[in-house]
Write a protein that binds this ligand. Structure first.
Ligand code: C6P
Length: 425
């Protein structure tokens, strides 16, 4: 490990072993910037996280010192870039619980990771009469690929419904995951409700029925320790940009036996072993799934993001978010007319907190908060079917991360009170 990262770690954890939020905030240049004349309070982390200077510096350093295409050239820069890129694969494999490096595929993000499986494993294995099971809380990225696949193949898309407090209703799960089920696709943590789903239990049942399981980890991997083997997943997808890394980088993890058995998604350079004018053979996994020039700088900078999170400790990050979510939920509930979607117990959920005000539209809330320097998201959060299930057109969503503290939540609550005065509520 790089010694300057180790030094950072001591400072970041502080003497008590807790996270030192002021010290963390100082690592994020963007947070020093006033927005609309106010201190920036960034509470849109479920959409994308901010980047620490260590990650930003890594991008600049790569272009200044190592830029070259990977896996192709034999010159010094090409070898430097290739080895840095491949080291991130090793690092990412370790980060998700010590899986085989060759099971880690770099993609452009969760969306591409899931589409890769729908278009390869799905098209190879799903037939008319088969069933694909999703849940009512899925993000479009883990819903539309399966909807299109079922429409194209004649398979049936079934779904696990929700309890009134936004958890999966597993009471009739044995009627939903059956011998006809070929695949279960489920979010590890909801981007709207914050709910953490019992993916290991679902995977256990799915495997007993002979189905495979894809877990959408876009919201879980940044916020809690994830040991992929313990999730029971056969495929697991997440995005670097929600966990301090650059945009345009994602991970698709898959069991090697499955990855070896399925065809590539995109074809072209690097993913082949041999090409003739009349035939082609594929490269080994993971390269079979990484056609063309990847986001080399992004992947290399993602290494720093993973180190940053590891130095803080994913357990500490989770504890911080349990504490801060609990505080935020209690403070929001002090306000008349505010309704929170999803479980209220912070141990059952992450820090994406969706809420509605009985009298003010979420878009108006978001616009007013922005005038006070507070960034939240309002809308359907790429989960339209879930909105319909909840009987809402939209929600406001404040989502937390490592650099947020009680001061940020207090600023949110004060601005919400001001919003209500402004709208005469
Ligand atoms: N959710 C949000 O504001 P990409 O865009 O490929 O990095 O991630 C897609 C995705 C998939 N699954 C879940 C659970 C997600 O939350 C997201 C991204 C953002 O909620 C942007 S829509």
């Amino acid at each position: 490990m790089n010694p300057d990262i180790r030094n950072d770690a001591t400072a970041l954890k502080g003497r008590s072993g807790q996270m030192d939020i002021d010290r963390i905030k100082a690592d994020f240049p963007i947070l020093k910037q006033p927005v609309n004349g106010h201190r920036l309070v960034y509470l849109d982390n479920a959409a994308t996280s901010q980047k620490p200077k260590q990650v930003i510096d890594a991008i600049v350093k790569y272009y200044n010192e190592s830029n070259a295409n990977i896996h192709r050239g034999l010159h010094t820069l090409a070898e430097k870039a290739t080895s840095a890129y491949e080291n991130v694969r090793v690092h990412a494999a370790r980060f998700i619980g010590g899986v085989d490096n060759s099971e880690v595929i770099f993609t452009s993000g969760t969306t591409e990771s899931i589409n890769t499986i729908a278009r390869t494993w799905g098209e190879k294995n799903i037939r008319s009469g088969d069933e694909i099971v999703i849940t009512e809380m899925e993000h479009h990225a883990n819903l539309v690929p399966w909807l299109v696949l079922s429409q194209n193949t004649g398979a049936t898309l079934r779904r696990i419904s929700l309890t009134p407090d936004g958890q999966l209703d597993l009471t009739n799960i044995n009627d939903i995951i059956t011998a006809r089920t070929r695949l279960v696709a489920v979010a590890h943590m909801s981007n709207v409700l914050g709910t953490i789903n019992p993916v290991a239990d679902i995977a256990e049942l799915a495997h007993r029925r002979g189905a495979i399981v894809l877990v959408d980890g876009a919201q879980a991997a940044p916020h809690m320790p994830v040991d992929i083997k313990q999730t029971g997943a056969d495929f697991y997808a997440f995005s670097a940009h929600k966990m301090l890394g650059p945009t345009g980088v994602g991970v698709l993890w898959g069991r090697k036996t499955l990855l070896e058995d399925i065809p590539p998604f995109t074809t072209g350079g690097e993913m082949i072993r041999e090409v003739r004018f009349d035939r082609v053979t594929w490269n080994d996994v993971p390269h079979k799934f990484e056609a063309g020039t990847p986001n080399i700088a992004g992947v290399i900078a993602f290494d720093r993001a993973l180190s940053y999170l590891e130095e803080l400790g994913m357990e500490n990050i989770r504890s911080h978010e349990i504490e801060l979510s609990g505080y935020a939920i209690n403070r929001l509930l002090e306000l008349d007319g505010i309704e929170i979607q999803g479980p209220l117990d912070p141990h059952l959920r992450g820090g994406a907190i969706s809420f509605t005000d009985a009298k003010i539209h979420p878009h108006d809330i978001s616009t007013f908060l922005d005038s006070r320097g507070i960034a939240i998201r309002a809308g359907h959060h790429c989960a339209q079917p879930l909105m319909r299930t909840m009987g809402k057109v939209a929600t406001a969503r404040a989502s937390l991360y490592i650099y947020n503290d009680r001061m940020d939540i207090d600023a949110l609550i004060d601005a919400l009170k001001e919003t209500r005065r402004y709208f005469g509520v």
